[in-house]
Design a protein around this ligand. Sequence first.
Ligand SMILES: [Zn+2]
Length: 406
Amino acid sequence: MIHAPSLPQFSTLQAFDHQSQTRLVFGVESLQRLGRLARELSASRVLLVTDPGIVAAGHAARALKILEGAGLKVAMFDRTEENPTTTCVEECVAAAKAAGIDTLVALGGGSSMDTAKGCNFVLTNGGRMQDYWGVGKAALPMLPMIAIPTTAGTGSECQSFALIADAQTHQKMACGDPKAAARIAILDPTLTLSQPPRVTAYTGIDAIAHVVETAVTIKRNAFSLMCAHEGFKLTVPSLPRVFRDPTDLEARGRMLLGAAFAGIAIENSILGAAHSAANPLTARYGIAHGQAVGMMLPAVVRFNGEDPAALQAYAELASAPEIACVSDGLEVALEALIGHLEALLDTIGMPRSLADCGVERSMIPAMALEAAGQWTAGFNPRKVTAEDFAGLYEAAFEPRGGTARV
Ligand SMILES: [Zn+2]
């Protein structure tokens, strides 16, 4: 059944104001340029922010050697954790202060980049992380930062937001300021070859969720749609490829670029209800972000598809990589998109039901309230209440779809 449109149909006249803060340096072995690029930012003392997995993969030692080879003094903070907390940021700030740094280099997944951004806020503007929850709360200049993603997922390298969880309340805080964006992002596909299959799966489906959500939010505009559609075209056919053959550098490059384009789309049009619903699952059950988003996405697309403007937007998105064709009919295209997303989840071995992840149905009312309070919920194309979120969680307990593979 088609509901009355909750919003006007999308117009290309939707205003946007896009100023890229981040220079994108893409290429195989582009990590080699790190020293010279840091020098261009007038760096002399650098804090390399990373995590133990990246140290074990040997990437941190390589980055350190390249930076030192350019004559820079380098200190390392390698205790970044998944879903970084305010405590992690405080430890990073202490390391930055002790080393008297003038530049940050974040090497790793979204967590390392978020930790470095969070550290930059507190180091340069004082106070504590909670003071920067929201947009544009940093009055003073911030240090230049270089972001080097080793996963193809969050697109944090192209965003001005740090996602930091309050260590006490577990509330995820989106702290954004144009000054917090990386000045340079180095996109080197070879760095993503070391991702374990689980990380490839979770971060890859997160990147795909980013393009699916940004393609329909109420802030979508001609620029964000260009990034979302190109990101979708790059990632959707490539995720099964990297899953089948982790050494497929062409597909790895497409995933990395698609995730970065998705990051630019988020910067312009925020996210939607799948991300709002995912945060309580991560906070309460420790479910990885990409997994939580992936499990919620089909139900959210079906829910939003009842809005005519969102239905049209999904059909256009699905037509970009030829999952469907708009001329087949919008409803047909929507079902093809949902079926393709479900098949992708199956192909990469992602659990599809919340029941498989230890989530208790009795927690649905509490989680639904939390989801409705998330910032991203306000940008979803259909108004989404706590009651609606309860329905979305219920749907994610009983996922539809068969065992198709892509
Ligand atoms: Zn995400």
